[in-house]
Design a protein around this ligand. Structure first.
Ligand code: SF4
Length: 127
């Protein structure tokens, strides 16, 4: 659940919030090509229903904290968008990112760092 708690992969917590008032057993990604489910969040009280998987198990308190954190990240991202702030500030870059060749970030010490452009990117949008 680390990615979710760090503001990445907000999809599953957002879906859980959409089920407000319902008892959620687990949240998972379905891998259609493999016919598998990749469980990322498992309700501790219902873990026996999921099987033997033992990662991603969350107590009610931990799940509440994750959902509150998710709301905070969503508000932060929406506020940035409203301010026109589309600056590149990745929390993490995948080494397999398909945009690496055109991205303004360059790898530095095994991680990505902002490339020096000599100009400031500006975002335009219409209302
Ligand atoms: S390499 Fe560039 S496009 Fe890919 S995740 Fe990092 S910042 Fe985003």
């Amino acid at each position: 659940m680390g990615h979710m708690a760090n503001g990445l992969s907000l999809q599953l917590p957002t879906y859980i919030m959409g089920l407000e008032g319902q008892n959620v057993v687990a949240a998972a990604y379905g891998i259609i090509s493999k016919g598998e489910m990749d469980f990322k969040i498992i309700n501790e009280e219902e873990k026996e229903l999921v099987g033997r998987k033992r990662t991603g198990i969350a107590s009610g308190e931990e799940l509440d904290e994750l959902l509150n954190t998710t709301v905070d990240y969503i508000i932060e991202y929406v506020n940035s968008i409203h301010l026109g702030d589309f600056s590149i500030n990745p929390k993490e870059c995948s080494p397999y990112c398909i945009y690496r060749d055109i991205c303004r970030y360059k790898e530095k010490n095994g991680r990505y760092a902002r490339k020096q452009l000599g100009w400031t990117p500006v975002a335009f949008y219409c209302i």
